[in-house]
Design a protein around this ligand. Structure first.
Ligand code: ADP
Length: 589
């Protein structure tokens, strides 16, 4: 059947994880089977007891024996039920932990494209709530499913074997089972919609809380609140659509059990009158029906759990199927000897849309060629949108670099091991990300074994050292989420110190001084160029004063390299550099 096939497809993905715990699942399933079988024995003892009492030919010892057997079976069921729960639910927790870990590890490998497409809140919803639904389905869903199937088969088998006409009064229950199976795909579809709206709630709350300072400074609390209420309303409406139909299922189950009881009462009463059934038979039939009540009443919950698990797995698999466009070479080169960069006819275009079908692209870099031997300081100037950030992102492979377009020491940068590339080429952004930790831990991020002298040197070069006396615990001061306790300039200097500490062959500063005053910037720059004398520095800036000390400056216009030369050469040429220079002479920044 189509339903089971597609559910199977989703669950197949986690079979390798489940198979690691197959012994626990097997023991759990076997004890569950034993529990169900034990439940089938008791009605037989009760039947015997009732018939003994009814016929009056019993001794109290015999009755006591029968009662003790009933209690003994109940005790056995108690122990075996505890055992299967322990094995199955524990295994479900372990599989869920592994799935969460796998998902997390995979998400860390994905590139910027993924993070541009999926919102953080959505990803968090999948890592948290969706994995929880999978856990529920592998634990309780799996258990209820086995319980329903085997209880159903055993009870129906025993009843038809002992009372051949009983299929007549079991028809309503079969119909109920059919209805539930037919509703399965509908539940999964609805549940996917519910999870999508839950992701929206997570994304909105994540965005609102991370932008809370902006929201407060623009007094937009009410606006954002009503925005969020929309998301909650959507989530609630989607849930209600599921509840509307699904809420009917348990009452329908009760009604069907009621109808079955009524039919049994009529037919069994007739059997007693005709002498084909004893009161003990009727007691046993009612107990068997009561044993079916639990699986029938819970059949909707079983289908619900399994379908929700399948929908959640579908969402998880969607992420696991994503692959980073930035691929590691099969035999990557793990060393960069010198650090000479050469860019050859580099052109780059972004996809206009995230959709895989829409292949339309926007050309951002057009036929760039440039050589940057190690030890050179290169400046990059260009208007907003001219492609500066894209160019340096390609140099660190933060985005997928076209083949045979950027080389280091004559080797295509796609051939280098990513870790090697990332410790040799460091990019410091204009808006650096800082962790909610101490200054020193942010500074030493990735260089745990840095010596005190190295830390002192980079703190002095980046001028973060001069601010330390202002902080209550100097280097040990905690800087709050994303460094909220620091000014924009302090954040930039801390990020610069962090980049300097790695001591890369190539350091790229993408407008990294934009929040600094001109004097501080100038002094940092001269210390930096001195500190990194025989290494390469690539500096993006819109301030001529920042760029003028560079050995060579390139000017980007609409993705094309329009000018190249020293400061002196460029101010004497007609072009954007000279124009910006003249503007900044009149009004120095
Ligand atoms: P600059 O750093 O010079 O301001 P960028 O390299 O950031 O320029 O951007 C160059 C162009 O590429 C801009 O038009 C920008 O809108 C576009 N762009 C940047 N990043 C992306 C992206 N991830 N997807 C699509 N277009 C992008």
């Amino acid at each position: 059947m189509n339903t089971s096939k597609s559910i199977w497809k989703q669950y197949k993905v986690i079979l390798p994880m489940m198979s690691k715990h197959y012994i626990a699942y097997l023991i759990g399933a076997l004890t569950l089977l034993v529990t169900i079988s034990a439940q089938m024995i008791n009605p037989q003892f009760i039947k015997r007891g009732v018939d003994q009492i009814y016929q009056g030919d019993f001794s109290y010892i015999e009755l006591m024996q029968t009662s003790l057997l009933v209690v003994g079976v109940a005790l056995f069921i108690f122990v075996s039920r505890f055992t299967w729960r322990n094995f199955i639910i524990r295994s479900a927790n372990r599989v869920a932990a592994e799935l969460r870990d796998k998902l997390f590890e995979h998400i860390l490998t994905l590139d910027k494209n993924f993070y541009n497409t999926y919102k953080v809140g959505d990803v968090m919803a999948r890592v948290n709530q969706d994995v929880d639904f999978v856990k529920l389905s592998l634990g309780w869903g799996f258990t209820l499913f086995i319980d329903a199937i085997f209880s159903g088969v055993f009870v129906v088998g025993i009843l038809i074997w002992q009372y051949p006409g009983s299929y007549v009064w079991m028809t309503p229950m079969f119909m109920m089972g059919g209805i539930l199976l037919m509703l399965g795909p509908w539940v999964r579809k609805r549940f996917r919609i519910i999870q999508k709206s839950y992701s929206r709630i997570c994304s909105e709350s994540q965005e609102i809380f991370s932008g809370i300072r902006v929201i407060k400074s623009f007094s937009l609390e009410n606006y954002m609140h009503s925005h969020f209420q929309h998301a909650i309303q959507g989530y609630m409406d989607n849930n209600l659509k599921l509840v509307r139909i699904w809420g009917m299922m348990t009452p329908l189950g009760t009604f069907i059990i009621g109808c079955t009881t009524l039919i049994v009462l009529l037919l069994a009463g007739q059997g007693i009158i005709e002498g084909s059934l004893t009161p003990g038979d009727i007691s046993a039939i009612f107990i068997y029906i009561s044993l079916l009540t639990f699986p029938v009443m819970n059949a909707n919950m079983t289908i619900n759990l399994l379908q929700k698990g399948a929908a959640s797995l579908d969402r998880i698999n969607e992420i696991l199927d994503k692959q980073s466009e930035i691929k590691e070479d099969e035999n990557p080169i793990k060393i960069i000897n010198k650090g000479d960069i050469s860019i050859r006819n580099l052109s780059f275009a972004y996809n206009k849309n995230d959709s895989a079908k829409d292949k339309e692209q926007i050309l951002v870099l057009n036929d760039i060629s440039l050589d940057v031997p190690i030890g050179k300081n290169i400046g990059i100037l260009g208007k907003v949108g001219s492609g500066k950030t894209t160019l340096v992102n390609l140099l660190v492979r933060a985005i997928n670099t076209p083949e045979k377009s950027i080389f280091i020491d004559g080797v295509d940068i796609n051939r280098f091991d990513l870790d090697t590339l990332r410790i040799n080429v460091i990019l410091v952004n204009q808006l650096p990300f800082l962790f909610s930790d101490t200054i020193i831990n942010n500074l030493k991020f990735g260089v745990d074994d840095a010596s005190e002298e190295q830390i002192r040197n980079v703190s002095l070069t980046s001028a973060i050292a001069q601010d330390l006396p202002m902080f209550p615990n100097a280097m040990e001061t905690r800087i709050g989420e994303k460094g909220t306790a620091l000014s924009g300039g302090q954040k930039q200097r801390l990020a610069l110190a962090r980049g300097l500490l790695v001591n890369p062959k190539i350091l790229i500063l993408d407008d990294s001084f934009s929040s600094l005053d001109s004097r501080t910037e100038k002094s940092i720059l001269s210390r930096l160029l001195n500190h990194r004398k025989y290494k390469t520095n690539i500096i993006i800036s819109h301030k001529i004063a920042t760029l003028e000390k560079c050995d060579e400056i390139i000017v980007l216009e609409h993705g094309k390299l329009s000018q190249k030369g020293s400061h002196e050469e460029l101010i004497s040429q007609k072009g954007l550099y000279q124009y910006i220079y003249s503007l900044q002479q009149d009004s120095p920044l």
